[in-house]
Design a protein around this ligand. Structure first.
Ligand code: MN3
Length: 202
């Protein structure tokens, strides 16, 4: 049994003009697909076959199997990214997640500033994340394929800051891409469900 490329949770043009269908054609149809295909090739006939994607990420990280880890983590990160965005997204969180954001960052503007700083500050390729720690929220960035899962952190929300995520729509303007994500795309319902699941697990 092998991993398959999940469908986007919305049509490829649903996030226009903030993320174009052309970007999704490459980012989902080529990049994400390549991570899944390379992962399947790398684990064929190995002890990783038949395990969950999360298990493969953690086990390959522990074992130092870089090719398996990089493709497994990138497969997971991209699926999480698609769900971190939604048509008509942005706006403000509600409920327990909103309370936790206010506790940690003062207010939504404080969260926005800290998230943007992490996404801008990631040198080269990587990811910005809102994560649940043992007792609260934190913003972290990871390089290349790296995942908060290997640090025992529960992802709540992510943004891909590899150039392939934004170059067609924003060229070198990573700051404008991050602003679009925060203003128009964040899927706060997805974030709230991840926060609640992590709260129960903690
Ligand atoms: Mn990407």
């Amino acid at each position: 049994m092998s991993f398959s490329l999940p469908a986007l949770p919305y049509p490829a043009d649903a996030l226009e003009p903030h993320v174009s269908a052309e970007t999704f054609g490459f980012h989902h149809g080529k990049h994400h697909k390549a991570y899944v295909d390379k992962l399947n090739a790398a684990i064929a006939g190995s002890g990783y076959e038949g395990r969950s994607l999360e298990d493969v990420i953690l086990a390959s990280h522990d074992a130092g199997d870089t090719a398996v880890f990089n493709n497994a983590a990138q497969a997971w990160n991209h699926t999480f990214l698609w769900h971190s965005m939604a048509p008509g997204g942005g706006g403000a969180p509600t409920g327990a997640l909103a309370d936790a954001i206010n506790d940690r960052f003062g207010d939504l503007a404080g969260f926005r500033e800290a998230f943007k700083a992490a996404a801008m500050g990631q040198f080269g390729s990587g990811w910005a994340w809102l994560v649940r720690t043992g007792d609260g929220l934190e913003i972290v960035s990871t390089g290349n394929a790296d995942s908060p899962l290997t640090s025992g952190l529960a992802p709540i929300l992510t943004l891909d800051v590899w150039e392939h995520a934004y170059y067609l729509d924003y060229q070198n303007k990573r700051d404008a891409y991050i602003d679009s994500f925060l203003d128009h795309l964040v899927n706060w319902e997805f974030a709230a469900s991840n926060y609640e699941a992590a709260r129960i697990a903690a």
